[in-house]
Design a protein around this ligand. Sequence first.
Ligand SMILES: O=P(O)(O)OC[C@H]1O[C@@H](O)[C@H](O)[C@@H](O)[C@@H]1O
Length: 361
Amino acid sequence: MTVYGSARESKIYILVTTVFLYAGGTLSQKVQVHFHGATVLSWKVAGKDVLFQSREAIYDNQAPIRAGIPIAFPHFGQWEAGPTHGFARTSRWKLEEGPQKDSNGNATVVYSLVDTEETRRLWNHKFKLTYTLVFGDTAFKTTLNGRAADLRTTSAGTAGTVARERLGLAPLTVTANCPYCGYRTEVTDLYKGHVEQICRLQYLSKILSRMALCFIKVKNTGDTTFNFTTLLHNYFRVDDISAVTVSGMQGLEYIDKTRNFERFTESRELLTVGEFVDSIYINTPSSHVITGINGGRTLRMDKENFPDTVVWNPWETMSPNFPDLGNDEYLSFICVEAGHVVNPVTLTPGEEFTAVQLLTL
Ligand SMILES: O=P(O)(O)OC[C@H]1O[C@@H](O)[C@H](O)[C@@H](O)[C@@H]1O
């Protein structure tokens, strides 16, 4: 994996970090992160963006950017003390490290945000937020058994088109359960290095999946205790909202913001969206699987220390209320947001809170 990165001022008011990840000489991922809010704007995997950017998004370094992964802190939702979802998404963050290649071969970039006179005016506390982003390939081992004419897999595996071509076999699409994360995935191609292994019928190969890891740390750097809520407001780009499913909510209690914040129990195994949705699911499992992501992909979202999951889509009914969203754009995204929002986090002086989400496809 080769990693190139730059932090550049592309226009006077736009400061974006761009990270390019190459695998086997091919551009595998391209990531863009805006300094305004440390908002991940775009995460392109094999040319297709996993994240949604509104065509009406405002890049004036004032308004929150309706794109990618804005961060809510120190408050999720409307807030009498300051802007909705807090000030983190509308603050200029500092690039602390990177973009650089870490010891695992992944690309990392680290941003930070500390309190200022302005933040203390809204919320009189001292803090340091550290936001570490890691992009790369997750590799896992699989065992390939058999001979050229009998290429088959055991627990999981693949027979890539290139490998099969070399073996004189017709193309084959293999689906397999990923032994690393468990979800069923379709694998149709192999990297060159692994092709050699398969041609020689070696027993170990690699399947690569792409991952984005967002790791947030909040430190209380003051001398008084504070409470906060926080959330990663993921906007996922989808092919067609009506075909999207989200797993992991069945049997859970949720707060329905579209119905006066009343609480209900979710009966569906898989959520689908066919109307205005604004739900806070409480105590969600550590992972959700989202289907229908741009290009027919399936995304797995794992999370730690984010006990709640918010699902939001304004549908055509509410979209006109958002000037930075095109009226038909609700068809092209779903927000599935990892948060610590129902019960606030309390931090005593010097204490730290960390939470992480891992997106894999
Ligand atoms: O328009 P904003 O402030 O970015 O918020 C968008 C939506 O974000 C969601 O997280 C909230 O649950 C919704 O209530 C809100 O409308």
